[in-house]
Design a binder for this molecule. Sequence first.
Ligand SMILES: Cc1cc2nc3c(=O)[nH]c(=O)nc-3n(C[C@H](O)[C@H](O)[C@H](O)COP(=O)(O)O)c2cc1C
Length: 387
Amino acid sequence: MTAALFQPLPLRGLTLNNRVIVSPMCQYSAEDGLPTDWHMIHIGGLAMAGTGMLVIEAVGVEPRGRVTPQCLGLYDDATEAALKRIIDACQQHGNTPVALQLGHAGRKASCHAPQNGGRPLAEDEGAWPTIGPSAVPFGPDWHTPAEMTRSDMDDVIAAHVQATERAHRVGFAALEIHGAHGYLLSSFLSPLANRRGDAYGGDNAGRMRFPLELFATVRAAWPADKPLGMRLNGTDWDDAGLSNEDAIAFARALKDLGCDFFDVTGGGNSMVRPPLKPGYQAPFAQTIKQATGVPTMAVGMIRDPQIAEDLITTGQCDMVAIARGFLYEPRWTWRAAHELGAEGQYPPQYARANPKLWPQAFSDADDDPNITWEPGAAPHIMVPKRS
Ligand SMILES: Cc1cc2nc3c(=O)[nH]c(=O)nc-3n(C[C@H](O)[C@H](O)[C@H](O)COP(=O)(O)O)c2cc1C
């Protein structure tokens, strides 16, 4: 029987070939919001492993919504055209549906890239004004955001809608809204950042009102046959922050608005660090999956294919999202398929990398008396034949 990780999964009009997802990863390699050759190499390399879906890094829906000056944007014709070139190439040469993460960094915008320390930009380094649910900085020495007015909320929703329309024209197969890690929507959801006294703060129903309004508007702007998901915190990992019960209530409300998948992560609204181990956030994916029945991803230190398989067979999640594992091993999906006895998908140029065609390199198959060698389609290439 095929491994659970390699069973297809329908999400609206898109059917994923398997349950492996490349988790969004900002590359901090853009120039004025525009992708560079780095993105072509990086995204293109990830798009050829036959992975269920590749979610590319958060794009700022407006310039002030970028985390750093080196973050991607999707807010004008130039950024749209440059991303289209990359996605066109992935569609022509790759074998993986490419999705986009829409982001707005809120009070965590205007920073250096992590490789440069990640600190907030100083005035003379090009800092820009930030916005948030309340005028509460993320931490000491961080920018104090302007408390968003209703008009600011309208602007941010409009920016998401325009980016959504652009994402459709670019040809993305699916969209994920970034509602996690302490960025704008996540900060609205968290009592650590949201101290508003109006209808957009207070209890969980108030704190989730703006993210839900935004989701509903984006859903209406995104084609009915294309999946739209939400990355959300299953917990803030902070006793004073968003709880798992809050996250479940948010997920239920999103389901009612037509959310097609949840990508359950955590943290980022405070400096509290969770205890780390493979699959450490899967319990939160599980509670959300159970409460909603909506296809749900678990993420966090998943690298061993058997752990990924077990997370699915034990009902903790429907998909596994993998970030650093794919930086380390861009064709992780091939290894997982091989180790779990499933079929990997190879572009024709790389077909000979399939372990079935050179099994001795992967096992002691040269001692297998059932294998003989014969010329393949190209007569000078010997291929194994199992009797
Ligand atoms: C280089 C890098 C960039 C990241 N950028 C994003 C991002 O743009 N959006 C996001 O939601 N998460 C981002 N993340 C978090 C990952 O998607 C993922 O949730 C996290 O790394 C845990 O998964 P892992 O243990 O498989 O790496 C980033 C992680 C890394 C390592």
